[in-house]
Structure formats: C-alpha cells, structure tokens
Design a protein around this ligand. Structure first.
Ligand code: CP
Ligand code: NVA
Length: 298
C-alpha cells in the first residue's frame, strides 16, 4: 500500500508516469470516453481548512471514475469534538478505500498513515501540498515540455507550496531560485535536505534571472490571517509584476496555486496576462488527481 503524503514518497519515475497518465486521462475525458475503473470505491475527504479546487477536483474526479467521494468537515465529525486522531483513522479507514486530508497539522496526516489501513493523500498541510505540484508539473509539460534542466523562481513566502517546489526540484531535475524576505525562508530541514537543488535569495529580481517559470503564492496562508498586515509590509517588494517577469526569460510562464490576491503577491496584469497558466493549472488538479487515485487504488 502506498501513501501520497509528500512528493518524495514516490519515485521520479512514478511521478512522471502519473503526469503522463493524467495528460491521457484529460484527453479521454474531453473526448467523452467513460472510465469507471474506481466503480464502488469510496474516498473520504477530511477538511479542517477551506477549499475550492481541492474539494471540487477530488469529488468530481471520483465521480468521473465511477466512485464516490465523501466530504467530512472536521466541524461535523467527532474529530472536531476531540475524538482521538488514531481512533478516527482506524474507524474511517475500515469503511473507505482511501482518505484525503487537508489539515493544519502535518503530524495528523502521519498519524492517519500509521493507524489507518488505506492509502492517505495529503491535500495540503502546514508543511506541504504535493497534489498541487502534480498539477503544476503536468501544466508545465503540456505547455512547454520537460521541466528537467530548467530554472524556476519561487517568489514570496517559504511556505508549504515552496517546500513542495523544493521537493519537485529534486524529483523533476530543475533548479529552484527562492526569493523570500528575511525571516520568511523555508524551514531549515527542507533547506538542508534539498540544498543541492535550490538557491536562496532575499531579492526577487535576482531570483528571476534565467527563470523559465515564475511561481508565487499568498503572503498569508490559511491560519496566518492575524499576520496579514505585518506580512503585507514584509513582502511589499515581492509582488510578481510585469517588470519582474521581464527579469525572467522571454516567454517565461507564470503559475499560482490560487486563491490569488491581485495587487498583493501578483499584479492583475501578470495573472490575467499571456504568460499566466493559472487556469490550466487549476483545471489540471482534476486530471492529475484522477491519475493519482488510479495509481493508488486502480
Ligand atoms: N490550490 C488549492 O489547493 O486551492 P483550494 O484551497 O481552493 O483547494
Ligand atoms: N499556502 C496556501 C496555499 C493555499 C492553496 C495556504 O496554505 O493557505
């Protein structure tokens, strides 16, 4: 049994295969072909944070594959009232075929993997967001071909998305330039683990030199709302603007996992402009995760 808790749970070969299958599944779906490989399978989806893309893509994806997805808000299940995570993992996994979790604490996902009996999928934690990277790497491949040997600039917070880009740099063979304000660097253990694939900057222009892809994310992630004003000040020189995109290679692409705040981490001109791939990136959550579900359950 395999889990998908971090990108490096899977080999580069398997990750690339999941992406290639996702591209095929997308074509088949758009051609109206029916694929009910997951008929009679159930995915439990535990959310203790908000979501648009993750919820819709997993729920629609399971339906399209002939299976069923069950939305479980932690406000509605006993977990939110203090039932132990271990007990919840044993019980839910005795009734479903896989569990997807979006939780504040990455440790809770590991606890489910230890105590549950079905594949566990990390659908965003405080530490990482591997499902998003499947969609991002698929989107790059569809538009530009292989990302191997390319340079990616991460602009903004050294957060869960940044951590997963660090893992992707190793898995997919690209260089990641990370530009953060001082004090907002990625976690030290990620820097130590991925140091040969990354370069750290405190300057966005420098990080964008030679970049083939520029990526950013919100300045205040879910759970950091109280820091919004402080962060707006700290990150004011880290907005992805047309001027910043001009520092990158001609025709460099722009990505953002969404939701986005125009006028904060990205200008409207960039996110709504020609270099932006954000709508395909969002749609590809569906196809990439269908491929992941087939890999884990098919
Ligand atoms: N990118 C992403 O995970 O979006 P949601 O928070 O809407 O699921
Ligand atoms: N870093 C963001 C990503 C949202 C998809 C957050 O954790 O809120």
């Amino acid at each position: 049994m395999k889990h998908f808790i971090n990108l490096d749970d899977l080999s580069s070969n398997d990750l690339n295969q999941i992406i290639d299958t996702a591209i095929t599944l997308k074509k088949q779906y758009k051609a109206g072909e029916i694929n009910e490989t997951l008929k009679n399978k159930t995915l439990a989806m535990i959310f203790d944070k908000s979501s648009t893309r993750t919820r819709v893509s997993f729920e629609a994806g399971m339906a399209q594959l002939g299976g069923h997805a069950m939305f479980l808000s932690d406000r509605d299940i006993q977990l939110g009232r203090g039932e132990p995570t271990t007990d919840t993992a044993i019980v839910i996994s005795s009734m479903v075929d896989a569990i997807m979790m979006r939780v504040s604490s990455h440790d809770d996902i590991n606890t489910f993997a230890q105590h549950g009996s079905v594949p566990i999928i990390n659908a965003l934690s405080d530490e990482s967001h591997p499902c998003q990277l499947l969609a991002d790497m698929m989107t790059y491949k569809e538009h530009k071909g292989s990302i191997q040997g390319k340079t990616v600039a991460w602009i903004g917070d050294g957060n869960n998305m940044c951590h997963t880009y660090m893992q992707a740099a190793k898995a997919f063979g690209f260089t990641l330039n990370i530009a953060t304000p001082e004090g907002y660097e990625p976690d030290q253990d990620f820097i130590d683990n991925y140091e040969s694939h990354i370069q750290l900057f405190n300057n966005a222009e420098q990080a964008c030199q030679n970049a083939d892809l520029v990526v950013t994310d919100v300045w205040a992630s879910m759970g950091q709302e109280a820091e919004q004003t402080k962060r707006e000040l700290a990150f004011k020189d880290f907005q992805v603007t047309d001027e910043l995109m001009q520092q990158a290679n001609t025709n460099a692409s722009f990505m953002h996992c969404l939701p986005a705040h125009r006028g904060e981490e990205v200008s409207a001109g960039v996110i709504d402009g020609k270099q932006s791939l954000v709508w395909d990136e969002a749609e590809n959550r569906l196809h990439a995760q269908k491929s992941l579900l087939l890999y884990l359950l098919g």
